[in-house]
Structures are given as structure tokens and as C-alpha cells.
Write a protein that binds this ligand. Sequence first.
Ligand code: AMP
Ligand code: ZN
Length: 109
Amino acid sequence: MHSNCIFCQICAEKTETEFLFENETLVVFRDINPHAPVHLLVVPRKHIRSINDLVDDDRGIISELISVAQSMAVSQGIHKSGYKLLFNVEKGGGQVIFHLHLHLIGGWA
Ligand code: AMP
Ligand code: ZN
């Protein structure tokens, strides 16, 4: 855990953030500044800075992030209407929290 990382703190339950799903690999919570009716963040417990920092051993984590995003889209009822899955990578890519996370965005009318 990186003590100055907000997502590490959230994963360690040091904040009031409500989890919509959690397992030993990752947690899912609502984005605090949603860009759509449904805007969830799927966040690995392991502190990885960005997609650039993935190593071979992290393949299972990425696979699970996408798999859980798929099932969250179903549980949120947006799988049929459609959604976006997004990784922002580094500053130029719009990343502001440097702890890897997958955005699940959808629910437009
Ligand atoms: P990114 O631009 O990909 O780094 O996205 C970071 C996202 O984290 C933004 O959409 C923020 O609104 C969201 N965010 C920042 N702090 C929190 C927090 N404490 N709880 C939930 N979402 C957060
Ligand atoms: Zn972190």
C-alpha cells in the first residue's frame, strides 16, 4: 500500500467509500465526479501506476478487471444499451489518479 495514494486508501477501507463489489484482487466503487448516469471505477488492490507499468504477472489482474466490469454492466442494467470501458494513461491521456483503474461508463437515455 502506498499511504499517499487515495485509491490505496480506498482499497484498504480507510475511507467511507462504498464498494459495489469486492474480491481479493479488486474493488468497485462509484466515481465521485460521474460523467454519466453510471460511472464506476474498477480498481486493483495492487498499486500499479498505469497501464505502462504492467508486468507479465499482472495479466490475471487485467483479465479480472475486464471480467468484473462486464458483470457490473449487467448488474447495473446497462449491458444492452451499451457502455464504455476506459483506461486513461499518464497525464497526456487524462490520468489524474496514478493508481491503475478501469472506468465503466454508461446509462445514457
Ligand atoms: P483518471 O482521470 O482516469 O485518473 O480518473 C480518476 C477518477 O477518479 C476521476 O474520474 C475522479 O472523479 C475519480 N475520483 C477521484 N477521487 C475519488 C474518490 N475519492 N472516490 C471516487 N472517485 C474518485
Ligand atoms: Zn495506490
